[in-house]
Design a binder for this molecule. Structure first.
Ligand SMILES: [Mg+2]
Length: 348
């Protein structure tokens, strides 16, 4: 949160647009045979042979989706890639390429863009995607990042949101809510810092939840894991906006209802501690907090034995007839209608 005033500041305009693109993309290589032509022509050329091509795009705006006072630019670059490849994994596909477009105001020196792109490069390596193009331009105010992720899958592998059936089991990977509480801790420390800039917070107890917010990972392992277990989910989505709104997407698209069980929600112990510290109900956060980037999917009841006891997966509910609606069954065994109060960038 402390800005180093002695950092070198090279003005972006010194390089010119082509010089800038050359500078930012010099470390990007090509590793997929499907990339026929990457950066360096008017357009990229891809060839997926007989496979299907999966495409997803995301826009990140400073002040709406991220706050640079506690989000280091390198982390932001990394996260921008993660949120996009997560959508490709949510189709049970394999991400192979990304395009990266950024708009920056003159407030950002070249060194800041270098930081951003070092994070993008790191994530591109981690998720094995070729950076095949993009654009850079200036903005009136702040930083804007748009990433498009491209992936591949066999036709029969692709999992949509609309295949869930009544009695299917609802399964989630990892744990829930930590990214949201990580954000709460960072917001609190930012306010403390504004009052007393000399205060050095002890963030050790919050390592896991802050990492979930600042350096989330997409579940690249699940596709392989499910394949090995011989499971094809009937529907799938990634958790970006929050569990309840993702459940509602699956239900709406699949025309089914759902019973979600509070006692089954997978919560990290450090997450529960922070909820107690903030006096916030952990179930509310687990259901409505977003940005966990875990995968939520449904499987046939017949596949239950294949995932039973697997630490990657938690069965948190089951699908019902559409007419039964979407409910949370609490620990006290009361039935509450689930509402989508997930993160919504367009709401107040
Ligand atoms: Mg998604």
């Amino acid at each position: 949160m402390i800005e180093d005033k002695n950092q070198p500041r090279t003005s972006i305009s010194q390089l010119g647009e082509f010089g800038l693109i050359e500078h930012l993309t010099k470390n990007f290589g090509v590793s997929h045979t499907s990339t026929i032509k990457g950066i360096g022509d008017d357009a990229a050329v891809l060839d997926f042979k007989n496979k299907k091509t999966i495409v997803s795009t995301d826009l990140l705006i400073e002040g709406v989706h991220f706050d640079l006072s506690y989000m280091p630019l390198k982390h932001l670059g990394y996260k921008a890639v993660v949120v996009n490849v997560s959508d490709i994994f949510a189709m049970n596909a394999n991400p192979t390429q990304i395009t990266v477009s950024v708009a920056v105001s003159n407030r950002f020196p070249l060194e800041a863009l270098d930081e951003l792109f070092s994070g993008i490069n790191l994530a591109a390596k981690e998720y094995n995607v070729d950076v095949i193009g993009g654009d850079t331009t200036s903005s009136q105010k702040g930083l804007i990042i748009s990433i498009t992720a491209i992936g591949e899958a066999e036709d029969h592998e692709i999992v949509y949101r609309n295949g869930a059936k009544p009695n299917d089991l609802l399964v989630v990977t990892g744990d829930l809510g930590a990214a949201y509480m990580g954000l709460q801790v960072l917001e609190r420390e930012k306010q403390v810092f504004q009052v007393n800039p000399n205060n050095q917070p002890d963030l050790d107890p919050y390592t896991y939840i802050i990492e979930r917010q600042l350096k989330p990972e997409a579940r690249k392992d699940i596709r392989t894991l499910l394949f090995a277990l011989e499971i094809k989910p009937t529907s799938m989505i990634d958790i970006s906006d929050g569990l309840s709104s993702e459940i509602m997407h699956l239900c709406k698209q699949s025309n089914v209802g759902c019973n979600l069980f509070e006692e089954k929600l997978p919560l990290d112990p450090s997450f529960i501690n922070v909820c107690e510290e903030f006096n916030i109900d952990s179930t509310t956060v687990a259901i409505n907090g977003g940005e966990d980037y875990e995968l939520l999917f449904t499987i046939s009841m017949n596949d239950f034995d294949k995932i039973k006891g697997n630490p990657n997966f938690t069965v948190i509910g089951h699908m019902t007839e559409n007419s039964e609606g979407i409910h949370l069954i609490t620990r006290a065994n009361t039935k509450i209608e689930l509402k989508a109060r997930g993160w919504n960038a367009l709401s107040e």
